[in-house]
Write a protein that binds this ligand. Sequence first.
Ligand code: GAR
Length: 211
Amino acid sequence: MSSPKQMPRIAILISGRGSNMRALIEAASQAKFPAEISLVLSNKPQAGGLEYAQSHKIPTSVIDHRRFEDRETFEQALDEVLHKAKIDLICLAGFMRVLTPWFITRWQGKLINIHPALLPSYKGLHTHERALADGVKIHGCTVHHVVPEVDAGPIIAQAAVPVLENDTAETLGARVLAAEHKLYPLALQKFLKKNFDISQKSDPNSQLISV
Ligand code: GAR
């Protein structure tokens, strides 16, 4: 059943601790937030974020990818659960499975991701280590649309953080993660304003993307 408020219904997909998921849940708990988090779904039964979602009365689902013989049958199960829950928009938040063009095409324009680097720099994994090895002075994070090419979709919003003299991958990663937690809710609101009819419900004075 769709919600009585008729707000867009969001699913957050996670694979681990879910700190970005938590930031989104906290933002969406504000009365003026123009969407509701209707489902948290993990491909890993042990994902830490599941417990937090459950404690906030958000329905959770686990679809363990190891139970499926290939990516597409896994994604068919994923797709079915998302449709049953009447999901309008998917936020990937540390979901560490590459999705196939089949799934991405089905959810085109309704599938966004957060990546721990200033795309198009540092696509893929180990972004903080690579940024340090290159000696860049600015690093950050990006919320972007998901397209079949990994980490290549149109950018919705970015936040930059300085790279400091004695940074390690851990200290830099922690600074980027703190920026992610601010960026994702703001980028999601920006996306919702642009793509859903929420003009009545959103705050016209809210400042978007001011990380
Ligand atoms: C975050 O840093 C996110 O940007 C990254 O995984 C971490 C998940 O942390 N995602 C990717 O690298 C996707 N390619 P979280 O589970 O605490 O949100």
